[in-house]
Design a protein around this ligand. Structure first.
Ligand SMILES: O=C(O)c1ccccc1NCC(=O)[C@H](O)[C@H](O)COP(=O)(O)O
Length: 224
């Protein structure tokens, strides 16, 4: 189905930071819509382009391979693109709209917002209006993957009533809070890393399954 397909009533799920074939296979078996591969070397979840290519070869059609970069150079970005069949780019650093558009070169892309207090949501949306989606994440050290939520109450009501077709909610989600997030915010997709892990980069297969079950349960209760 892919991550950005807007289909009201079915919240898409991205699981990020996978490093092993076993974790990839378990996520696919749980019904994930997208898998994120971190190309940011300081992260304990980082993979090389060649490792990512091998992992992506296990994905069935319809599951997005999300390439996550943080202020990558042109050479770094092109090395990823040459090796790994990424279907959706996630710019998680300080990239300008122009840089994102140029690097994506016609492929779909998301811009991550690192939401601190008084974040200017509408300014961000206008600035990155060419993005296929806006991934709302918490403001944490190390750019992302922090395992902590941001204050959802700052998200403009207009984003929510429009069923937020471009909003991917991220940051500290887990089996205990994702249902509330969907009921309150109706994002087109949710994104999780820490909340389904044993340790950074090591996924808990049962937690991945439970997380997706919690999303499906939330979708079912919002339809009734
Ligand atoms: O996951 C990382 O290690 C990471 C490092 C640097 C930039 C971004 C990173 N992850 C981005 C993601 O899309 C995560 O899924 C997102 O930040 C949510 O993470 P978590 O709060 O752990 O669920």
């Amino acid at each position: 189905m892919g991550l950005i397909t807007n289909s009201p009533g079915r919240t898409r799920v991205k699981i990020c930071g996978l490093k092993t074939p076993g974790d990839v296979d378990a996520a696919i078996a749980s019904g994930v819509d997208a898998l994120g591969f971190v190309f940011y070397p300081p992260s304990p979840r980082a993979v090389t382009p060649n490792i990512a290519a091998a992992l992506i070869s296990r994905l069935p059609a319809g599951v997005d391979a999300v390439g996550l970069v943080v202020n990558a150079t042109d050479a770094e970005f092109e090395a990823i693109r040459a090796a790994a069949p990424i279907t959706l780019w996630q710019f998680h650093g300080d990239e300008s709209p122009e840089e994102c558009q140029r690097l994506a070169a016609g492929q779909p892309w998301m811009k991550a917002a690192r939401v601190g207090s008084a974040f200017a949501f509408d300014d961000f949306s206008l600035q990155y209006r060419q993005a296929n989606a806006l991934l709302l994440d918490a403001l944490v050290e190390g750019y992302g993957g922090g395992g902590v939520p941001f204050d959802w109450s700052g998200i403009p009501q207009a984003w929510i009533s429009a069923n937020a077709p471009r909003v991917v909610l991220s940051g500290g989600l887990n089996v205990h809070n994702v249902g509330e997030a969907i009921a309150r915010l109706h994002p087109c997709a949710v994104d999780v890393s820490s909340g389904v892990e044993i340790s950074k980069g090591v996924k808990d297969h049962a937690l991945m399954k439970e997380f997706i079950e919690a999303v499906r349960a939330a979708d079912a209760s919002t339809l009734t």
